[in-house]
Design a protein around this ligand. Structure first.
Ligand SMILES: *Cc1c(COP(=O)(O)O)cnc(C)c1O
Length: 342
């Protein structure tokens, strides 16, 4: 087997044969005129899935998140997020650049914050302070290593936001990993959040695309903002067809990724070069190497066996399981890891 085994991210998947067939058959129109039937179908399907009023298809999760931040705030308002959140740390400073909002960073547990932490970080209504307006959480948490909030935890955070007049956003780039792991339905989330963003191009295996969800007025205004940002995609139904296929075929199988990730957890926990493996709850594995080796060396060694993993620090590594990582690849990766010694 000579294929590259790419564990850097679940964004590396290529469209399957079934997905390509769906793309080839897509009905198309000009979406800037609202006339692409496949994009319209994807948007309706997504809104229904989460029990929200409306949805908007965008090129990336960064765009859906940042549209939501902009829509939920005025310039100078403050957004409460965990210190590792993608929306704050990994979107090029867009909260400042697009929404002109201020950020209150909270020290969460593997990316997860608590209702108490929200309460502690709401500014008093004093002219000195930025107005706290929005709370954004990430489920699953990327830098938290795929940790997730339970339904009860999301509801408790939502209740605090409602009581204090704060808007509540979900960065659900990998929400289906959390939902599948907990065996709860996406329908449950609609009433908790003011806006939700989710990605088709992560574990769901589509090549491109994310959706932002909210009420009708929120989405109408978001569509104007998407235009300003250059995110109107004309005959984007080619991509939306892949998205519909992903929602219909690739959600339930996410559990397989979680099983393979926990197998990698076991292997990594048992080998001498690894100092520590963070708990694995879904499809992301974060681990720290012992001081005798560096992530650059480790990544280079893996690459000799055509295995790619992501360096996220001088000693820290990440692996993410996905649709294009099967049992045969798991076996090979396991054997290679077990052969590594200090
Ligand atoms: C991948 C990701 C996004 C969106 O990223 P894009 O590459 O812009 O699609 C947003 N939030 C989280 C947590 C992610 O992992």
């Amino acid at each position: 087997m000579d294929k590259i085994i790419d564990l850097r991210s679940d964004t590396v998947t290529k469209p399957s044969k079934g997905m390509m067939d769906a793309i080839m058959k897509a009905d198309l129109g000009d979406d800037v005129f609202g006339e692409d039937p496949t994009i319209n179908a994807l948007q309706e399907k997504s809104a229904e899935l989460f029990n929200m009023e409306a949805a908007l298809f965008c090129p990336s999760g960064t765009m859906t998140n940042q549209i939501a931040v902009k829509m939920n705030t005025e310039p100078g308002d403050e957004v409460i997020v965990d210190k590792t959140s993608h929306i704050y740390l990994l979107e090029g400073g867009s909260i400042a650049f697009i929404a002109n909002a201020s950020v209150r960073v909270v020290d969460g547990d593997r990316g997860r914050i608590t209702p108490e932490q929200i309460l502690e970080n709401i500014n008093a209504p004093d002219d000195h302070y930025p107005t706290t307006k929005l709370v954004s959480i990430e489920n699953t948490s990327n830098r938290g290593g795929g940790s997730y909030y339970t339904l009860e935890e999301m509801k408790a955070l939502g209740d605090v936001c409602k009581e204090h007049g704060l808007r509540f956003h979900l960065d659900g780039a990998r929400i289906f990993n959390a939902l599948e792991q907990m065996e709860i339905k996406a329908q449950e989330l609609g009433s908790i959040f003011d806006s939700i963003s989710f990605c088709l191009s992560k574990g769901l295996g589509a090549p491109v695309g994310s959706l932002v969800l909210g009420d009708k007025e929120f989405i109408r205004k978001s569509k104007r903002l998407r235009k300003k940002l250059g995110g109107g995609m004309r005959q984007g139904g080619l991509l939306a067809a892949a998205g519909i296929y992903a929602l219909e075929n690739n959600i339930e199988r996410l559990k397989e990724d979680h099983v393979r990730a926990s197998s990698l957890f076991e292997t990594l926990s048992s080998i001498s070069i690894v100092e520590e493996v963070m708990p694995v709850d879904t499809n992301i594995i974060l681990y720290k190497l012992k001081s005798g080796t560096t992530s650059a060396d480790h990544a280079a060694k893996l690459l000799e066996y055509k295995i790619k993993a992501l360096q996220i620090g001088p000693q820290k590594m990440r692996m993410v399981t996905h649709l294009d990582f099967d049992d045969e690849m798991l076996e090979k990766t396991t054997n290679v890891l077990k052969s590594m010694t200090l």
